[in-house]
Design a protein around this ligand. Structure first.
Ligand SMILES: [Fe+2]
Length: 307
């Protein structure tokens, strides 16, 4: 079965490219506009993790996954009989564009040249109750405009849940981390599934793609990993002061353990900051968990993002 390394980017059509660029900058991404394309990256070496073009109707355009190799990209493309073409964006490489059972465009890329990493926001050690790391010094922060590290996961609401999950698993080798199940009329109903990449013994995020059995096809959110807890909180207050629309948080999920903070961009698409998420490898297996686990938090507000 083919395999992917990770999710790489999300692409949108936005109503105002300049306004979106300002938001993304304030959200912690490094941005530029090149030939009418808003290109945003984090401090990791992917040359872009967010792309946007301007258009009259804002829309989620596609999600991009990184194939394990060119051979695997070609194997995935062949499954759907789609072409593998040169990728015209910075970093080049190859791209195939698939369409999932919901009509979402799913890009698969390979051989994209790495960009030079950017300086990472850092801080001196934590003084926890019984684990003091900072002795004889004041706390110190290294500041940077770009405090997002990488794109961590994408969440899609889908029709035909079982068909859709199987579609993604067959092409990308995704493993189910936690399936959300509830009993209804004596039957087990699946509300969604958190899926992760299969990197064997290597540790990966608890989820790269979360599919919600929602009875409709709709982008839910994209989540960006920030450098640390301090920049997550610092950004929370800066975005609030700048008048952006807050959605949900700050809190800590039960499933995945991310410390989260959800925001709405100028076109009302939900984007998340997270840090301190769980990492698992193949041996973690697959688990069934309840809706209460999905909606609950270790700490934070009640409810769900986007309400
Ligand atoms: Fe999330």
């Amino acid at each position: 079965m083919p395999n992917i390394k990770d999710v790489r980017y999300v692409k949108f059509r936005v109503s105002d490219l300049r306004k979106q660029q300002q938001f993304l900058h304030d959200f912690g991404l490094h941005t530029n506009i090149d030939n009418g394309v808003l290109v945003a990256r984090g401090t990791d070496t992917s040359p872009y993790i967010y792309l946007a073009e301007e258009g009259p109707t804002p829309a989620f355009v596609s999600v991009g996954f990184l194939a394990d190799s060119e051979a695997q990209l070609r194997e995935i493309a062949a499954m759907d009989g789609v072409a593998v073409t040169e990728n015209p964006l910075e970093g080049g490489g190859l791209i195939a564009q698939l369409t999932d059972p919901n009509g979402f465009t799913v890009d698969v890329v390979a051989n994209i040249a790495a960009a030079a990493p950017l300086a990472v926001a850092d801080r001196s050690g934590f003084n926890q109750g019984d684990a003091k790391q900072r002795l004889g010094e004041r706390v110190a922060f290294s500041q940077t405009d770009c405090f997002i590290k990488r794109l961590g996961h994408v969440v899609l609401m889908v029709n035909n849940f079982a068909t859709t999950l199987e579609w993604y698993q067959r092409r990308f080798g995704l493993l189910v981390s936690d399936e959300i199940v509830m009993q209804q009329d004596g039957q087990e109903q699946t509300l969604g599934a958190f899926t992760r990449c299969n990197r064997g013994a290597d540790y990966v995020d608890h989820h790269t793609l979360f599919l919600i059995n929602g009875g409709q096809a709709e982008f839910n959110h994209a989540a960006f990993e920030v450098a640390n807890w301090d920049v997550l909180m610092q950004s929370h207050y800066q975005l609030k002061k700048a008048g952006y629309t807050h959605s949900f948080g700050v809190g800590k999920h039960i499933l995945g353990s991310q410390t989260f903070d959800y925001w709405k961009d100028p076109d009302n698409f939900m984007l998340e900051h997270f840090t301190d998420g769980d990492l698992f490898n193949e041996s973690f297996g697959s688990h069934k968990r309840s809706p209460a686990d999905l909606l609950g938090t270790h700490w934070g507000p009640d409810g769900i993002p986007g309400q």
